[in-house]
Write a protein that binds this ligand. Structure first.
Ligand code: ATP
Ligand code: MG
Ligand code: MG
Length: 548
């Protein structure tokens, strides 16, 4: 369980509580509403919420909405849905944009203290003068402006007197600091852009490195957890809290972000896939978004278990995507009904079975979980089996159906292949078989043994269904060669097939999950399924080499 698993951040929290430095732990999950959440965010969500929850603390959801151009209320809503769906309840809901006025006041405080100045250099010039890892930076010619001039210019920036990029507010720290982030970083920029919440009230916007620590402090966050790229920003985080004279003193801790094999995991890139219509939206089941995983059929429990298992460390780990699949199998193994679906149907006529007769057979719903009970399934003279469960000229050790061979039909009888029917071009379109009534499942028949067991669906009552099978959206070439991901789209990432399922499934609802014998776990697609049309997304096949 989650309370027993430990990581270095939990140890820090435990020590802070013990020493009395922290009385109540407050964490936050701080997404920028510029896209949908992905599985990487799930790691951060689980970490923040579980960390606080385990020690009686609280977690806020805060939208880091300081970049008006890329942000949108659609994302604000989807992010809330996803966090709730994962099973977490935030204590307070905040928007960094609610703090714009206070952030502005603190910036004037910095100016009055001589700790910030208005700089007229362009972004390119600022970059050029910033220096490198080995070369110190050069002071801006505007660095020594008077407090009065800075205040006047900053107020006029706010009033909208200047164009985008004409001026910025910079912290006055140290242009020769070994840490480039401390070389007079930009705190505010001008952007005449409409903000999804503040509208046109502002035309200057705070930078992440300025807004984030102050937002944390305003909310009384104690442990501010972010990913490793921000490690070098920590001195600036602390500088901002101290120089802005914030009452509360949050601390930043960094952990390694989640990377999955063959998976693009940046909102910017995922948005490209959506915008260029490579996928049919953020919730396309091939997307590593929370909404895509949900639509594919992942459960919150499986995602949380995965996040717990990968742990939290200071390293840049690359996690095998099959590990995620392992956890959905584990979660559904005992929960899902095990039924029969035929993805590529081949008709079988059982010639010695009475015409017009339909009998009902009993089938257990989950061989490993008796509590799921049994169901009645029809059997008659015509059934469908899977095309690849038959071979006309099989190799050695092929135990399924071939001319003259006998197999077991799951929950039913032994059948024997007597005749193969082909169309004009030689494709097998139908099999003629005989069955042996003595071999009925559950009858205790021991007369002879067969090696193959096939799944099947009775034809007259079969329910047509669409099956959607998925492969990785991005080929391994992207990872192996560094080729741009948009050039590495797997053309076979989605295969759509028309088959049949048992009649009992005709009323299946969106998001219901099943295990289809031999094919794996499937989810009823909540968008594409309708009362008269069943669409199943394959979540995962039954086994992989990754499973123990
Ligand atoms: P992206 O690059 O995908 O847009 P981001 O870090 O810019 O990610 P934010 O909305 O700022 O996205 O992220 C919110 C929180 O989620 C941050 O604290 C961030 O550190 C965390 N996070 C984002 N991606 C990952 C990941 N792959 N693994 C773990 N945490 C992540
Ligand atoms: Mg970010
Ligand atoms: Mg980002």
């Amino acid at each position: 369980n989650n309370t027993s698993s430990s990581n270095f951040i939990r140890q820090i929290v435990a020590e802070d509580l013990k020493s009395g430095r922290t009385r109540q732990v407050i964490t936050r999950f701080p997404p920028e509403p510029n896209g949908y959440l992905h599985i990487g965010h799930a790691k951060s969500i689980c970490l923040n919420f579980e960390l606080a929850d385990d020690v009686g603390g609280r977690t806020n959801l805060r939208f880091d909405d300081t970049n008006p151009v890329k942000e949108d209320t659609e994302y604000v809503e989807s992010i809330q849905d996803d966090v709730k769906w994962l099973g977490f309840e935030w204590e307070e809901l905040h928007f960094a944009s609610d703090y714009f006025e206070e952030l502005y006041e603190r910036a004037e405080l910095l100016i009055r203290k001589g700790k910030a100045y208005v700089c007229d250099l362009s972004a390119d010039q600022i970059r050029e003068l910033r220096g490198t890892l080995t070369e110190p930076g050069t002071n801006s010619p505007y660095r020594d402006r008077s407090v009065e001039e800075n205040l006047d210019l900053f107020r006029r920036m706010r009033a909208g007197e200047f164009r985008d990029g004409e001026r910025v507010l910079r912290a006055k720290i140290d242009m020769s600091s070994p840490n480039i982030n401390m070389r007079d970083p930009v705190l505010y920029r001008i952007a005449h852009a409409h903000h999804h919440r503040t509208g046109d009230a502002w035309c200057i916007y705070p930078m992440y490195d300025y807004a984030h620590p102050l937002s944390d402090a305003i909310e009384g966050v104690t442990h501010s957890i972010c990913t490793l790229e921000f490690e070098d920003h920590r001195p600036l985080y602390d500088w901002t809290i101290a120089e802005c004279e914030m009452e509360s003193e949050p601390h930043q801790y960094e952990f390694g972000r989640l990377n999955l094999t063959n998976t693009v995991m940046s909102k910017r890139k995922l948005k490209q896939l959506v915008d260029e219509k490579v996928v049919d939206g953020w919730d396309d089941p091939r997307m590593p978004t929370i909404s895509g995983l949900r639509r594919k059929g992942y459960t919150p429990e499986s995602i949380r278990a995965f996040c717990r298992a990968i742990g939290v460390s200071k390293g840049y780990g690359l996690v095998d995507e099959r590990m995620l699949e392992h956890f959905i199998r584990e979660d559904l193994k005992l929960k899902a009904l095990r039924t029969m679906g035929i993805i590529r149907p081949l008709k079988v006529v059982i010639t010695n079975y009475p015409e017009g007769q339909v009998e009902m057979l009993e089938a257990e719903n989950n061989a490993e979980n008796e509590e799921l009970g049994t169901r009645q399934i029809p059997f008659s003279r015509e059934i469908y089996i899977e095309q690849d469960d038959f071979m006309e000229n099989p190799p050695a050790k092929y135990f399924r159906l071939f001319p003259g061979n006998e197999v077991r039909l799951k929950h039913a009888y032994f059948i024997k292949c007597e005749e193969v029917i082909k169309d004009a071009s030689g494709n097998v379109i139908e099999l003629r078989c005989t069955y042996d009534p003595e071999t009925k499942s559950g009858s205790g028949f021991t007369g002879r043994k067969v090696k193959g067991t096939l799944h099947w669906v009775e034809a007259s009552q079969a329910v047509p269904a669409e099956f959607r099978l998925y492969e990785p959206l991005i080929t391994s070439e992207a990872e192996e060669t560094g080729k741009p991901f948009l050039e590495c789209i797997n053309p076979g990432s989605l295969e759509i097939l028309d088959g049949y399922v048992e009649r009992n499934m005709s009323g299946a609802q969106g998001q219901e999950k099943f295990q289809f014998f031999r094919h794996g776990y499937f989810n009823v697609d909540p968008k594409l399924s309708a009362d008269d049309k069943l669409v199943f997304n394959r979540i995962v096949s039954l086994k992989s080499s990754f499973d123990p």
